[in-house]
Design a protein around this ligand. Structure first.
Ligand code: KG4
Ligand code: ZN
Length: 331
């Protein structure tokens, strides 16, 4: 209930995170330790390095979340942890730790779906969600449009048939040598460029609610090879505009199709400046609500895990301890 305090743990990719959340939406503490520096020289997440780094820092990160929360550990009512989707070795570190804590404290364990947690990030800051909603999840691994009919009730409306939106950002940034992670680097570079400079393709824009981003990535590479003198800023801005144009167009179409009261944005790409601006503008035009989590809640964190865990505990009760890390878990 409202007084249930959940410890959330997240280790599915390259952030080690722990948080305490009260009653499903009151963030008591939220600690994130990022491994970005460890992976930067490789231009992407190296699974072995990720697992090792999670092992090194998870205990101190959990301890800090408890200290910063100013509570005694005996006050914690349940332990929620991402069980998938994600890197198997990375997931295992968090899942083993969460189960051990739950056993040691004799408290329920809650296995959380990482994508479902991204969708709860918005409700952490604005708990007034009215269903049905359209949720657009855009991360490094996923691009999905979901109709949310209630807590835990999802209908998949569309998804990418090849690269995820974040993956496209990361690959284009790598090609332009703008640095890692690619999303924030393109976001910054695009601020100095002209979004209309290059008419990159809007793949599948008028075909249903699925997405395709691999052709766009190839189009960027071909263009730059043919026009070696073009400025990175114009390429970044035009690429970003092409992605955002398609994302916003389809989110609106989905919202109209299901009669949604609003659109919720989630996942790392939801931190993108242009996407946030364009989506809010579109929602205003259409007379529906736009829910944008703050940038720190968009990228991986454990507060969203604890929040999703709270809802899951309320609807389904504790997760059996034989449920383990599930790298390709679906929503
Ligand atoms: O949700 P997330 O933190 O991890 C996954 O579950 O994948 O998302 C990471 C993705 C990366 O592809 C990253 O480049 C992208 O989110 N991202 C952004 C921005 N910040 C992070 N993409 C575009 N603009 C940003 N500002
Ligand atoms: Zn994520």
């Amino acid at each position: 209930d409202e007084s249930t305090l959940v410890l959330g743990i997240e280790t599915s990719c390259d952030e080690t995170a722990a948080a305490l959340v009260l009653g499903g939406n009151d963030v008591v503490s939220n600690v994130v330790s990022t491994q970005i520096d460890l992976h930067a020289e490789f231009g992407g997440v190296v699974p072995e390095i990720a697992s090792r780094a999670h092992l090194d820092v998870l205990n101190p990160v959990v301890a800090r979340a408890i200290v910063e929360g100013g509570v005694d550990e005996s006050r914690i009512d349940a332990v929620a942890c991402t069980v998938g989707p994600g890197l198997v070795g990375a997931l295992l570190v968090g899942v083993s730790a969460a189960k051990s804590l739950a056993l040691a404290w004799d408290k329920p364990f809650i296995g959380v779906n990482h994508m479902e947690a991204h969708l709860y990030a918005a409700s952490l800051e604005d708990p007034t969600l009215e269903f049905p909603l359209v949720v657009m999840l855009v991360s490094g691994g996923h691009t999905m449009l979901i109709e949310m009919r209630g807590h835990g009730q999802y209908v998949l409306l569309g998804q990418t048939i090849d690269d995820a939106a974040g993956e496209a950002f990361d690959k284009v940034a790598r090609f332009l040598e703008l640095g890692y992670p690619g999303g924030p680097a393109i976001d910054r570079a695009a601020m100095l460029g002209d979004p209309d400079a290059i008419p990159f393709p809007r793949a599948m824009k008028d075909d249903g609610l699925d997405f395709s981003f691999s052709g766009l990535k190839t189009a960027v590479m071909n263009y730059v090879r043919k026009h070696p003198d073009v400025g990175d800023a114009d390429v970044a801005a035009s690429f970003q505009m092409a992605v955002v144009d398609v994302l916003v167009h389809k989110a609106r179409k989905a919202a109209k199709q299901v009669g949604a009261t609003g659109i919720v944005l989630g996942g790392g790409v939801a931190a993108n400046s242009l996407l946030r601006e364009e989506l809010l503008g579109a929602c205003e035009t259409d007379g529906i609500q736009g829910f944008l989590p703050s940038r720190e809640m968009c990228t991986d964190n454990a507060a969203m895990i604890a929040a999703a865990g709270w809802h899951r505990l309320r609807s389904d009760g504790p997760t059996p301890l034989d449920v383990g890390a599930t790298p390709n878990l679906r929503l």
